[in-house]
Write a protein that binds this ligand. Structure first.
Ligand code: ZN
Length: 245
């Protein structure tokens, strides 16, 4: 049977948590009929971010920072309009567009870090917007699918991700990983109600239908993100495992 994992990025936060406030009947059904384990995805001292925590979920536990610029570039296709510019001290710019360096839209600088190893195969399909999950998947050897309308933002098209998941399974995938970035993005925006809305939409549009379709599902957060501060939180994250059989 296919291994299916839904990652709710940045989903945990301090009590009373958005996860406990959100109406999530499908996740409750999975919890009641399955098991919940609180897991530590990151070792002490490792930066708390999706590029480290999702790497750990995919089977490679980083011992320090991960090269996020490399990950972001890989998510957008190394041959595409995104490229990296190496700077002093190992920092990198991620550059969009094909204009000269002076006039390019420079989105961000990222600290140096490790390159993820190629330990996955094409039987693993990562579904999400261009970002940490899909970039890690590409670098680690998985197949990545970016459905139209997937943005990683609160209004991302989750139904498109559901359809892409079913298509991947029908196409022979042995493991599917669906990434939902909107809860983390809403928390960074310090918008608690938007975070709750993303969690509820994920429950309704992804978690329930995928559990019914596949008969087996794991749901977890990669790390926390506090909508009061807009900052990431480390520590334990819940992993709910459920199987119909
Ligand atoms: Zn974040």
């Amino acid at each position: 049977m296919v291994d299916a994992l839904v990652i709710l990025d940045g989903a945990t936060d301090p009590e009373p948590s958005t996860l406990s406030e959100a109406e999530m009947p499908a996740l409750r059904r999975l919890r009641d009929g399955g098991s919940t384990e609180w897991v530590e995805l990151l070792d002490p001292g490792v930066p708390v971010g999706s590029e480290t925590a999702i790497a750990s979920l995919l089977g490679w536990r980083p011992t320090g920072p991960v090269d996020r610029a490399l990950v972001e570039a890989a998510a957008r296709g190394s041959e595409g309009p995104v490229r990296r510019v190496d700077l002093d001290g190992g920092h990198r710019l991620l550059v969009f567009g094909d204009a000269t360096l002076e006039s390019e839209a420079i989105t961000r600088t990222w600290p140096p870090g490790a390159q993820p190893p190629r330990i996955l195969d094409r039987g693993t399909v990562i579904i999400g917007a261009p970002g940490a999950a899909t970039g890690l998947g590409a670098l680690m050897g998985a197949r990545i699918v970016v459905p139209p309308g997937a943005t990683g933002r609160p209004r991302s098209d989750l139904a498109g991700k559901r359809r892409a998941t079913i298509d991947a399974i029908r196409g022979g995938a042995t493991r599917v990983v669906v990434h939902v970035g909107g809860a983390d993005a809403a928390a960074h925006d310090r918008d608690r109600s938007a975070k709750i809305a993303v969690l509820e939409a994920a429950d309704r549009t992804l978690i329930g239908p995928l559990a019914d379709e596949i008969g087996r599902l794991t749901v977890c957060a990669d790390h926390g993100c506090d909508p009061a501060t807009g900052r990431h939180l480390g520590g334990l994250v819940p992993m709910v495992r459920w199987s119909a059989a």
